[in-house]
Design a protein around this ligand. Sequence first.
Ligand code: MF3
Ligand code: CO
Ligand code: CO
Length: 249
Amino acid sequence: MDKNFKESFEKTKVAGMIAAGALDEVAKIAMPGIRTEELDNLCYEYLNDYGAYSAPLFYRGFPKSCCTSVNHVVCHGIPSDKILREGDIVNVDVTAFKDGWHGDTSRTFEIGEVSIKAKKLVETTYNAMMKAIKIIKDGTHLGDIGATIQNHVEAEGFSVVQDFCGHGIGQQFHKEPNVLHYGKKGTGEKIRAGMIFTIEPMINLGKYETKTLNDGWTAVTKDKSLSAQFEHTVGVTNNGYEIFTLSKL
Ligand code: MF3
Ligand code: CO
Ligand code: CO
């Protein structure tokens, strides 16, 4: 690997491991009866324990340390006194800022037993993200990433959210390029070794359209159908990729 990537890759990995570690702890307490603000408190404390800061906290006025997006909430759900119930799905999105660098990751958790449809949605979303990550190498088109996700998801009858995308990340939380989760093979910018970005598909059981609630943050599906999301921060190497936000479990 190019010496120039070394610092950015190593530091992103440190931040990414902390964010992933917070989600490993969230997984242990995400069960019926818990409030989303309890998940938020855990993230705040975990990041603090590892000498990291939450990038979302006070980001453009966002009031909490993580996003908790329940059922038909697509993304940017604000932790609150809302109690999670058996059958809910909740995406928890954590971004750690450590030593000047960011690690951004999210997972969708199933609360107790969920419906077969919800399980299928969560599974398909995860598989779509991983399938897209696996094609990453120097020279891959951004459109190949989008197409891989869109084809996988639409084959199951689900839809890809278009209003939000993955993003370059590093010393800045959000930077170029935009990483769309739909698209056409062979189109768009070619990704290059040394680039760091997120892949974070939001997939709906129903239609792809979203709207944002009056709080200015919470994005929901227009048709109120369930939505799932997973996110990893990845780096492009000469012949492949490295995932910086892997679970330690
Ligand atoms: N972590 C989200 C992302 O994946 C961004 C959250 S911004 C917030 O890009 F302000 F809503 F927290
Ligand atoms: Co992100
Ligand atoms: Co995120």
